[in-house]
Design a protein around this ligand. Structure first.
Ligand code: ATP
Ligand code: MG
Length: 217
């Protein structure tokens, strides 16, 4: 059984403008529950903007974003956004970075989340002792502890070397298989998009310019 059912996402007629610049222009998108979507497009086309809207970090000028039937901005607890740089707090140990902001008895969950990314043995170290790839895995554990129904990843692997990147890709793929959350991954790397996702979206001129299903043999 899937641990966390993914949430369906419905984006309808969403526009986002910064000043006189229209970044997203009446964008429509439906993501079925549990689908793994990769978003590609030229620098500045609005990929991170779309993720921030999906995370409820900013509001659209027009249109609406729903998780199932709930406005996405109000279901933020289900949503985790992971950026390219992991931003761990250097003065908190690895385990405390995973449990950041949680109350109550979170330690066991934090160990479980660290175990899921293969880092339980580094729990009591300082972030400075970790490599870039390990920091990314801690950031992933920090997302997993919330049992997200929608996982938003903004270029999470961009700074990693090729081999570590490959390891992280297979970790993300296996966590997705296991948990069943919906994933939206922004990446510059089209081959990464095709390798990981069910579906690849190209953002162009504020809209979905290309929507490709990827058949995994
Ligand atoms: P990249 O691949 O380089 O990360 P992106 O597709 O993620 O690019 P966004 O960060 O979504 O692009 O930015 C889209 C456009 O919106 C850019 O032209 C950017 O300069 C502009 N923009 C983003 N945030 C703001 C803001 N807070 N105020 C003004 N303009 C912004
Ligand atoms: Mg971006």
């Amino acid at each position: 059984a899937r641990l966390t059912p993914g949430t369906p996402v419905l984006v309808s007629g969403v526009s986002r403008r910064y000043g006189s610049k229209t970044i997203l222009d009446r964008l429509d998108l439906h993501i079925p529950a549990g689908q793994f979507v990769a978003v590609v497009g030229r620098s500045g086309c609005g990929k991170s903007t779309l993720l921030r809207l999906l995370a409820g970090l900013e509001k659209p000028n027009d249109g609406e974003l729903l998780a199932g039937t709930t406005p996405l901005a109000r279901s933020q607890d289900d949503t985790r956004l992971m950026f390219q740089d992991a931003r761990l707090l250097p003065w908190k140990k690895v385990i405390d970075n995973v449990g950041l902001g949680l109350r109550g008895n979170w330690r066991q969950d934090a160990y479980a989340a660290l175990a899921a990314v293969g880092l339980e043995h580094r729990a009591s170290e300082w972030p400075a002792a970790l490599s870039g790839g390990q920091k990314q895995r801690v950031a992933l554990a920090r997302a997993l502890i919330h049992r997200p129904r929608l996982l938003l990843l903004d270029e999470p692997l961009g700074a990693l070397d090729a081999l570590t990147r490959l390891e992280m890709q297979s970790l993300i793929a296996s966590l997705w298989q296991e948990h069943g959350f919906t994933v939206v991954l922004v990446t510059h790397d089209v081959s990464e998009a095709v390798a990981l996702a069910d579906r690849v979206l190209l953002i162009e001129e504020g809209k979905i310019g290309l929507d490709l299903s990827v058949d995994i043999p």
